[in-house]
Structures are given as structure tokens and as C-alpha cells.
Design a protein around this ligand. Structure first.
Ligand code: PLP
Length: 390
């Protein structure tokens, strides 16, 4: 039986990279001695008051259809938060609530991008971008953020990739997997290109609250950019709420109004109890989020200093997020081979960073979403493993 063309468009590369992760997760669930460093899910529990808030809402009968764009109070809270961080005048009508950054990006892609359009995304990029951005028939044009340049954006490469068909540029700051936080100069150069070529910018800022060094700047805050920028974000990483699926878009009114019809047929609103818990997270749980950030920073330092004990294994110290990038090219051609050999020898699973784009071929991504003890042990095994390689 024939299926739709969409099936092709969403079957991206990189599936192989997840094989080791899936194997390791199964082994971990079965109680085997494995250490899973291949996933970006915070190990912290969601702060208890946020859970209490959801439970109270459920018990008080908040179990029916909820407002599709998001409850007024939640949209107001998100708008006020964004405005206070960026200085961009943001109102309820600019905010649309979705099921995580992923769903916000997916929806934005459907609203903005058509068959025949090209969308530039800077790689290494989050693995689901490929399918998400091509879902409506647009062509993804990956632009390298070269490893030699510390995985920072190369403005000339972006410029060279712009054609008459380019409709949008997607940026991720801070970046997954590299932890790079874009500087004001980098963002200003990207903004100038967007203005010159009349492009939309989609800015994924899901790691905004997990920054250790560098200042987070939203590209929407640069002159003349708010009217052409969609910012996507969520509570997944900031509040250890990946499973709640609470996220949003912030967009100019001209665009935000069009989310309505899409959301009506696609999602029909986030559950009310999740919206109530999200309001509480944003208004009263900033300290909990900051405390998690501090722990991530400590873990980052721990992993970097432990891995420095390995021979010929350069590590890129991340400015943000929850991953360390490790260059394994001295030993293997690609990250997948390294990950497989490492897992088979030690039970430590890491992710082939090549799954995030060509620039990261020969690198692996190590998540620091486990306790200090587990991370120390994982690093010990990695160092020992590398010591056995010639
Ligand atoms: C860069 C990036 N964007 C989006 C997502 C998806 O986040 P959410 O849980 O908000 O859908 C992730 C998750 O790891 C990510 O790393």
C-alpha cells in the first residue's frame, strides 16, 4: 500500500547512533553494570512543588479541555519572563503554548516553510531538526559550524548558503551537542544577513537556563529582529521537566495568530494541570532551576578534568547545556565505531556526535546527567579504554 511522501521526509539519518543508546538503556533497566551517558534527559526529579501544583490541579478537577493557545496566565507569565530577559516588548498574543520545544519547532516549520523553500540550519544540530524542518516539504540546507573553529558559526558559510529560495535560518544557542553560546557579534552578523535577505530566524533557546560561561542573547532582542524571529523554548531542561511536554513559541503577532488553526487540529491545547504547574515553575521555581545549573557546571568541570587524564583525547569544554564533546579521531574514524567499541569493552554508552551533522564526524557526545560518582566511574572506564588503544 502506498504511503505519503511525508514518510520519506521524516526518515532522517542518524538512527544508528541511537542503537547503542537503546541497547545500553535496556541493559541498565535489566540491572546490568552499564553507565548511560548517551541521552539528554536531566537526572534530577522535577522539583516537588511543581508536582504538587499539578496534583492539586488534577484533584480539583482540572482534567478537561484547556485553552488551546495556552491559559492567559501562562501566556502572560511567559511573555513577562521573555520581556524581562530580552527587553523585547512581548504580550500574551505573541505567545503560543505547545508540547515542548520540539512541538513548537514542528508547528513553526509547518506555518513558515513550504515545498520549494530552503531552510538553513547550523550543524551540528539537534537530531530531530532534519525531519521537523522538512515536514512541510522544505529543503534543509545544513551549514557547518566547523570543529576547527570550536563549532562556532562561520558567517561566510552561512552567507554562501543563502539562495533566492531561502526562507529561514535556524539557530540553537546554547547549542546541543556543542554547548556553544553565540556571542553578540555572531548573532549580529546572522541578524544582518536575515535583514538583508528578508529571512525568518527560528531561535531554539531550550538551554538558556543552563549556561556556565558567556551571556545568553536572544536574537529577537537585536534591532529589527523581533518582527522576523520565532523563539522556541520549554521547561524541559531548565526545570527537569522533559516528560511534561511544556513548551512555547514567541513570535510576532503577524505569525502567532496562525498557530491557532494548526493547534486546533494538531494538539488542542496542553492539559490544564500541566499549564498550572508550568506557571508555578516559571514564577516560583527559578531558584531550583539555578541550583540544577550549578550542579551541571560542577559535573562539567569534573568530566573535563577526569577525561584530561586520557592520552590524545581532546575535549571541548562546553559553555552551556549538559554535554561534553570529545574528539576521538586519534583512535577511530567515526564516533559510532568508538561508541560501539567503548560500550562493548566498558558498558559506558556515549553518543556518536556525527548524528548531529558532518562537522561533528569523529566526535562523541557525553551527557553529564548522572551523579558525580557515576560520572567519575564512567570517565575512569573511558580513560582506561583509551589506554588500551594504539
Ligand atoms: C536543541 C534542542 N532543541 C529541542 C529539544 C527538545 O526539547 P523539548 O523537550 O522542549 O521538546 C532538545 C532536547 O534535547 C534539544 O536539545
Amino acid at each position: 500500500m502506498k504511503l505519503s511522501g511525508l514518510v520519506e521526509r521524516i526518515s532522517g539519518e542518524g538512527a544508528e547512533a541511537w542503537d547503542i543508546h537503546i541497547t545500553a538503556q535496556r541493559a541498565a533497566n535489566a540491572g546490568e553494570d552499564v553507565i548511560v551517558l548517551s541521552v539528554g534527559d536531566p537526572d534530577f526529579p522535577t522539583p516537588a512543588p511543581i508536582i504538587d501544583c499539578a496534583v492539586q490541579a488534577l484533584q480539583s478537577g482540572d482534567t478537561h479541555y484547556a485553552s488551546v493557545p495556552g491559559r492567559d496566565k501562562l501566556r502572560d507569565t511567559i511573555a513577562a519572563d521573555f520581556q524581562s530577559r530580552t527587553g523585547v516588548s512581548t504580550a500574551r498574543k505573541n505567545v503560543y503554548v505547545f508540547a515542548g520545544t520540539q512541538n513548537a519547532l514542528f508547528s513553526t516549520s509547518l506555518i513558515l516553510l513550504d515545498h520549494g523553500d530552503e531552510v538553513i540550519a547550523l550543524e551540528p544540530m539537534y537530531v530531530s531538526y532534519e525531519a521537523c524542518l522538512q515536514i512541510g516539504g522544505a529543503k534543509l540546507v545544513p551549514v557547518a559550524q566547523p570543529a576547527d573553529n570550536g563549532f562556532r558559526p562561520d558567517i561566510d558559510l552561512i552567507k554562501a548558503a543563502i539562495t533566492e529560495r531561502t526562507k529561514a535560518i535556524v539557530i540553537t544557542t546554547p547549542n546541543n551537542p556543542t554547548g556553544v553560546v553565540m556571542t553578540r557579534d555572531e548573532l549580529t552578523s546572522i541578524a544582518s544577513l536575515a535583514i538583508e535577505h528578508d529571512l525568518w530566524v527560528i531561535s531554539d533557546e531550550v538551554y538558556t537556563d543552563v549556561i556556565f560561561e558567556g551571556e545568553h542573547i536572544s536574537i529577537a532582542a537585536l534591532p529589527d529582529m523581533a518582527k522576523r524571529t520565532v523563539t522556541v523554548n520549554s521547561l524541559s531542561k531548565s526545570h527537569a521537566m522533559t516528560g511534561w511536554r511544556s513548551g512555547w513559541c514567541i513570535a510576532p503577532t503577524s505569525l502567532a495568530q496562525h498557530y491557532d488553526n494548526l493547534a486546533l487540529c494538531m494538539l488542542y491545547g496542553l492539559p490544564g494541570f500541566i499549564q498550572e504547574a508550568s506557571i508555578h515553575a516559571l514564577t516560583d521555581q527559578r531558584d531550583a532551576s539555578l541550583a540544577m545549573r550549578d550542579i551541571y557546571q560542577r559535573r562539567r568541570d569534573l568530566v573535563c578534568s577526569e577525561l584530561a587524564k586520557a592520552r590524545d583525547l581532546p575535549v571541548l569544554k562546553p559553555q552551556a547545556a549538559m554535554y561534553v564533546m570529545v574528539d576521538i579521531r586519534h583512535y577511530f574514524d567515526n564516533g559510532n565505531e568508538f561508541s560501539r567499541a567503548l560500550y562493548n569493552a566498558t558498558g559506558v554508552s556515549v553518543l556518536d556526535a556525527g548524528a548531529f551533522g558532518k562537522s561533528a564526524y569523529g566526535w562523541v557526545r557525553i551527557s553529564f546527567t548522572l551523579s558525580d560518582e557515576k560520572l567519575t566511574e564512567a570517565c575512569r572506564r573511558i580513560v582506561q579504554f583509551v589506554g588500551t588503544l594504539s
